[in-house]
Ligand binder design. Structure first.
Ligand code: SF4
Ligand code: SF4
Length: 438
């Protein structure tokens, strides 16, 4: 039984652009830029230097604490270790690799047989998942081994997320259609680690081919929950509510209600890490948009620059906006030299017809933003408090619970830039908290 989520919207899906495009292997670029920041937590410290030869799957950087290592997607020579533009809009330390196109693998990559995998303990599996740099690939980029270890003994419900509710994006849909066995195998490893014999797969009803593919290989104990499509149902807290009816408390994590959610691509990465011994060095990226000539789902080496992807699909006009991610939650990019990172499931390229400029955005107090907010927030009041810079009020209005889904901005008839305001407001709250700590 599916529970309904609060709020939400039905934006134009626009999935038809890429949903019938099978995943193509993107030709490896000559130069790759691999950032040391691809996850939530401490940035990696590079462990290679200019002039070093690196191999496929070789570690390029790691760190202590909340961190996972990053690895080389190709073999070649390190040309530089220096700050480069990043999809977050900042400059980030990167390892720049000149690809020798030999594809020589690191000797550390050792595949395991099913018997060898069966003999591994949950602790050994989590160590492998960390060592292979696996993070949440739906965009959150939280280190997966930490999510697993912190869920031990607390989680009674595992959910694999194939909701993929953002317009245009079809990467997980294609992944489940083309590799259902590996995705489900990764889910099985998660179940073994957390000691549970059951799991749910949350998938929206607009993905019939993926549903059929998963159904064919569905193991015992795993249930497909087919949900009516609605945005932002793929957000972690909303998916938990849709499947279990449980509500994650304000400021809380899914484990607080006994749940752990893993994206389908993360499950595939877990399978690859455990069975093939292969670190997370490539991912499927949907490159789509209303002005794209050949929308595609591409298997892309991490570190491939957006410019290369735009060239591969072609555009009918100069892009008005290029986003890392989809049009609702994606981040607009001002420098297309930024590389694909582990959490980048899409590059969305939009034309000038998407330009929506309001000279003076004035709230008309219609209340629509409140009706659609899936987090039960009051966007109109939050925006006002952000404008006055009152961090205490912003906090009191639970602005930190905002998942930046963009539903409020989507329905706002006055064109108030709500999400931009909330991103800035959340930063103001954190700055005020840090100041108070000092
Ligand atoms: S306030 Fe945040 S969570 Fe609520 S609709 Fe707006 S962006 Fe989404
Ligand atoms: S939807 Fe826009 S105009 Fe309406 S109350 Fe919210 S911010 Fe104001």
């Amino acid at each position: 039984m599916a529970f309904s989520i609060f709020g939400g919207i039905h934006p134009k899906e626009n999935k038809h652009y890429a949903e019938n495009s099978p995943v193509q292997v993107f030709p490896e670029p000559d130069i790759l830029v691999v950032p040391m920041v691809q996850h939530i937590g401490a940035p990696c410290q590079p462990c290679v230097k200019k002039g070093d030869r690196v191999l496929v799957g070789q570690m390029l950087g790691d760190n202590q604490g909340l961190c996972v290592p990053v690895h080389s997607p190709v073999s070649g020579t390190v040309k530089a270790v220096e700050p480069r533009p990043h999809t977050s809009g900042t400059m980030v330390m990167c390892v720049v690799i000149e690809n020798d196109h030999q594809g020589e693998q690191s000797p550390d990559i050792k595949p395991r047989t099913r018997e060898a995998v069966d003999a591994l303990t949950p602790e050994e599996l989590m160590a492998i998942i960390r060592q292979c740099g696996v993070v949440g690939m739906g965009g959150a980029t939280f280190p997966t081994h930490v999510k697993l270890s912190s869920g031990l003994g607390k989680v009674d419900t595992i959910i694999m997320n194939v909701s993929e509710c953002e317009p245009y994006i079809t990467a997980d849909d294609r992944l489940c259609q083309e590799h259902p066995e590996q995705v489900l195998s990764g889910l099985g490893i998660v179940m073994k680690i957390l000691g549970l014999e059951t799991a749910h797969i949350g998938i929206e009803d607009n993905k019939p081919d993926a549903i059929a593919a998963l159904q064919k290989y569905l193991p015992q104990g795993v249930r497909l929950d087919i949900l009516p499509a609605r945005y932002p149902q793929g957000a972690e807290k909303q998916l938990i509510q849709a499947i279990t009816g449980r509500q994650v408390p304000s400021g809380g994590l899914p484990a607080a209600v006994g749940c752990a959610v893993f994206n389908a691509a993360t499950c595939k990465a877990i399978h690859d890490a455990v069975y093939a011994g292969m670190p997370l060095v490539r991912r499927i990226v949907t490159v789509s948009g209303d002005i794209v000539m050949q929308p595609k789902n591409l298997l892309v080496p991490i570190g491939t620059c957006f410019n290369d992807l735009l060239e591969a699909v072609g555009t009918r006009e100069n892009p008005y906006k290029v986003l890392s991610g989809g049009p609702m939650m994606g981040v607009a990019q001002y420098d297309l030299a930024v590389p694909v990172i582990k959490g980048c499931n899409a590059v969305t390229i939009l034309g000038k017809s998407n330009k929506y400029v309001v000279d003076t955005a004035r709230c008309i107090r219609c209340g629509r933003c409140i009706d659609v907010c899936p987090m039960h927030l009051t966007p109109v009041l939050m925006y006002k408090s952000m404008y006055t810079g009152d961090a205490e009020e912003m906090k009191a209005l639970d602005m930190l619970d905002c998942i930046e889904c963009g539903s409020c901005a989507y329905v706002c008839p006055a064109g108030v830039p709500l999400v931009l305001g909330f991103r800035a407001g959340k930063q103001q709250i954190r700055d005020a908290q840090n100041k108070a700590k000092k």
